[in-house]
Design a protein around this ligand. Sequence first.
Ligand code: FAD
Length: 502
Amino acid sequence: MQSQHIENIVIVGGGTAGWIAAAAMSRLLGAAVKITLIESEAIGTVGVGEATIPQIRRLNGVLGLDENEFVRETRGTFKLGIEFNNWGHIGESYLHTFGDAGINLASLHFHHYWLRSQAEGNTAGLWDYSLHHKAAYSHKFGRLDRVGNTSMTGLAYAFHFDAGLYARYLRKHAEAAGVQRVEGKVVDVQLQPDTGFIQSVTLERGEQISGDLFIDCSGFRGLLIGQALGVDYQDWSQWLPCNGAVAVGCESTEPLLPYTKATAHDAGWQWRIPLQHRTGNGHVFCDGFTDKDKATETLLANLDGAPMGDPKQLRFTTGRRDKFWHKNCVSLGLASGFLEPLESTSIHLIQSNVSKLIELFPDRNFDPANEAEYNRQVSHEYELIRDFLILHYHRTDREDSEFWRYCKHMSVPDNLREKMTLFAGNGLLYKDAEDLFRESSWVQVMVGQGLMPKSFHAMANRISSDQITRFLSDVQTLIERATNDLPQHQDFIAAHCKADLQ
Ligand SMILES: Cc1cc2nc3c(=O)[nH]c(=O)nc-3n(C[C@H](O)[C@H](O)[C@H](O)COP(=O)(O)OP(=O)(O)OC[C@H]3O[C@@H](n4cnc5c(N)ncnc54)[C@H](O)[C@@H]3O)c2cc1C
């Protein structure tokens, strides 16, 4: 029997997507498969993408990375969540943390007990029962799986890192695992005349590189999936209207915060990402409501350190490819779609899609069933994240600019509308099995943006008012004690993963 196994994978693009794919596939598929990665230093990478979500720790585990070394080499910091300023209402803030508020009791989510206590006069906010919130605003961080002997989970965390150093770090691992890097610019793509499958790519210097499976990591241009294979792009800017960004680093300020900031402006929002050697900043905006000069002015006026270098302009269209896998080509990263950086989900999508590709790995027959299942799963994943992002723009009291009036009054996908309506009643939520965001994330963003349920689940009435008061107070005591025991974020980094900044 002749083997139909794929023997030769060609990755086009050496940004975060290309090197994650190369590092993970070389690790999981082993030496039986030859992996070639083509990248062009002349073209370069998008150069942003520096905040992550906790799922990245799974990828690090698969790649066998040492976490301290990883943070040190990427000049990274730790992240407990994102602080949203001025989203639901100007002057209001909330922290979308990576953890749960409180402790769930008798299989009922904590927020129902909190809602009941509010109805009975408790004025403490949801975040007064959040370990992540307390640690973040005390500028503390530590590796804590569980709070003492209790059922309260410890700190779920992710990282901020330098995007360029991250790609370089992954490259080192991938090359050590046998990935062959080819420097050069792809100028042509050859298709098999009978099937329309990709046969090879041609570099500017004339060299042809052929493969069985092609991974398109060429960024927004979608060189293989879009330009060569003609797969269309679905534009989602009616719901996620931002289409430009201007980014600049600035000098670091102290203390080193263990969270990202996302501050809403008149026609978009600004990120602040603390790294060991600089702070990353960017203003994401919609050019239908402002222009790039004004956006740049706003960005520079809202830095908390001196800018380092010239601001970099970026353009994008929120949305996704009609198909992520077509024939013998799978697109990853920006070549496959972009939902905007509000919840730091793009790098996660790369890792999650590589993992789906490995699960549904084809042979050289390229059974259409593998392609169809992959496209179904990834489309669904994109749509669920899209709805979560739309929530941030849509659930707002802001009507102070044309942009916010548009967002507040736009029509939203049915799923999101139904979720908001359900929550507005008795604080109920359902979690789609494939949703990246857990109930706790939906609760925090809904409440943070000002969507307070009218009531709570009847199960919260099973215990007495006194028991609820004691329960809430115990939760706060546990949080207080656990936070007291944590080191300052800056000291934790100095002790375990300080970068060499010489
Ligand atoms: C404003 C903004 C902010 C973002 N913030 C975040 C964030 O905080 N968190 C997050 O998870 N994600 C974020 N992202 C997304 C993140 O930047 C990307 O998902 C990630 O960097 C992956 O990019 P990529 O590798 O797909 O593309 P790129 O970085 O653009 O890489 C493309 C690669 O293809 C190569 N290439 C292109 N054409 C050719 C050719 N003809 N021949 C040879 N090589 C070629 C290039 O040289 C490059 O190596 C952000 C994106 C934007 C636009």
